[in-house]
Design a protein. Structure first.
Ligand SMILES: [Fe+2]
Length: 295
């Protein structure tokens, strides 16, 4: 069966119907979703009550799962979900909301800053898929911004200036901007900055996009304050309201997005309420740039 996609925002985001993603998909359905992602960058599915196994099975129709290690301060023994699932909830292993001063919770608050998933990895994520299991009656939206539209809006001089720029990304930069500056030696090694191009070209559509993220804390060859001020300006342009879609979650929603073409951020919700959203992540095809500067 052919899937149906209706664009629900002026510049991006498709709402998908006529498909049950809890079951194995046909080749036509997989191709339809691939094409929809290339065009809309974000796809929204409703009424898909996925188990973790079903979510992982759906995800691997489109590539390989990312190895989630090194992306958080949560220790293996503190994990609530099995390997392959990223826990984006506010819950501890006992399924209760984390304490207000929990370091794990404070680290996860970094998701409220505009970012692209895993831009702090040498091979950054391709797509992310977020499934809503328990949602908040008020608050807790996820916002998405179209980085292709952001790129298109830049003037020619800026496009020329940024064409070959390379940024340094680390989880310590995004968390540092919220005042989290204390990390163990082991965490410092794990969060060592990686390099990413500032402009990316989509392999299927050829469209260029700004590859921004709160994890970006420097531009290679630029003084740090100048780089951060410049990136801040670009972020402001990139996240203007015309380019932003705000998703109001319902239980059973699955939203998938292309991290190469979009940024996203979580919005606040009452911290004492349980929120259970679970992510699967598709690994990217390769690094966006070399990791070591030429001598
Ligand atoms: Fe994220």
């Amino acid at each position: 069966m052919r899937i149906a996609i209706r664009q629900i925002h002026p510049v991006f985001v498709g709402e998908v119907s006529d498909v049950d993603i809890t079951r194995p998909l046909s080749a036509t359905e997989v191709a339809g979703i691939e094409a929809g992602m290339n065009e809309h960058a974000v796809l929204v599915f409703h009424e898909q009550p996925l188990t973790d196994e079903q979510q992982m099975a759906f995800t691997v129709n489109f590539g390989r799962l990312e190895d989630a290690r090194g992306g958080n301060i949560t220790k293996p023994e503190e994990r609530r979900l099995e390997v392959g699932m990223n826990d984006v909830s506010n819950l501890g292993k006992d399924n209760r909301p984390l304490e207000r001063d929990s370091r794990q919770r404070l680290f996860n608050l970094g998701n409220m800053l505009w970012h692209s998933d895993s831009s702090f990895r040498a091979i950054p994520a391709r797509w992310s898929l977020l499934s809503a299991r328990v949602v908040n009656p008020v608050g807790g939206n996820t916002e998405y911004a179209d980085m292709r539209a952001a790129y298109d809006t830049l003037d020619d001089a800026t496009k020329k200036l940024i064409e070959d720029l390379v940024c340094e990304h680390s989880l310590m930069y995004s968390r540092g901007s919220l005042g989290m500056l204390d990390y163990s030696e082991e965490e410092r090694a794990m969060f060592k900055p990686v390099r990413q191009r500032l402009v990316r070209t989509h392999p299927a559509t050829g469209r260029k996009s700004l590859y921004l993220s709160s994890h970006a804390g420097g531009i290679v060859g630029w003084p740090v304050p100048e780089a951060r001020a410049f990136l801040r300006d670009l972020n402001e342009i990139a996240t203007q309201r015309e380019f932003v879609y705000s998703h109001r979650w319902r239980v059973g929603d699955l939203v998938m997005w292309d991290n190469r073409q979009t940024m996203h951020r979580a919005r606040p919700f009452p911290e004492h309420e349980a929120r259970d959203v679970r992510r699967t992540t598709l690994m990217g095809d390769g690094p966006t740039t070399a990791q070591v500067a030429a001598a």
